[in-house]
Design a protein around this ligand. Sequence first.
Ligand code: SF4
Length: 308
Amino acid sequence: MSQVLLVEPRGFCAGVDRAIEIVERALEVYGAPVYVRHEIVHNKFVVEGLKAKGAVFIAEVDDAPDNSLLIFSAHGVSKSVRSSADVRGLRVIDATCPLVTKVHLELLRHYQNGDQVILIGHAGHPEVEGTMGQAPEGSVLLVSQPEDVEQLEVADAERVAYVTQTTLSVDDTADVIAALQTRFPNIQSPKREDICYATSNRQAAVKELAANSDVVLVIGSKNSSNSNRLREVAERSGCSAYLIDGCEDIEPGWFGFDDRIGISAGASAPEVLVEQVSEWLKARGFAAPQVLKVREENVTFSLPTELR
Ligand code: SF4
């Protein structure tokens, strides 16, 4: 008899919920088109759905026409992106997740105190670009793995602080922090961890899911940082793990009726995709899913005032 486990928590976090609602409300209140710099959240299904409603996704502020309404994505933006929108006189609505803004403010406080700020994160990710861009170019150092720490050049080893990307692997980041603390014993750390509640809850949940599964399917897009981390965590816990946008990505041969199948979803993956995968399995004779609840979650964020 097959077994299918649906882990909780999974899927949308409060920051993603808020960002999507911002675009939908902006379309209702101001009408289409609204321009969104970068994918509002890293999920193909969500982005295509909003495009169909009149959102236009652009790479840079300059791609927005004069007098248009521009929304910044949940990943946050650098100060220079913000000021280029100001210079253009564009009306801006900011969908940056409040937990990313918290990291921005922390970084700025350290920079203004004269500390050398080190960001733990993945080069090229939009959140990392936005966070580094809270201070002048070249002033924040980026590390992604313990080996990077040895290469750091700082003016005063006593005046060093670190912040992190919100969607990192909790375990990998602990290794980087340990390397930083070994090299800079007085390094200042965030007052509260920067890896967000949604990332750490989903990683803890997927570990338990993996312990009870032979194969784990993580629903999420390839460019979603937190979804990739979920797949890695499941794989390191000893089972096969695949990142899929939806049931169309499932390949025959990944599992059979004797396997225990676990399902999770990244913070930007909508529940409808989870339902489709469950239905896909049921239609092929696999068991109806059972819920594996690992942690309770009840975080919500309010909308910007102009959209309430
Ligand atoms: Fe905010 Fe975390 Fe969700 Fe990113 S994953 S949008 S930081 S709550």
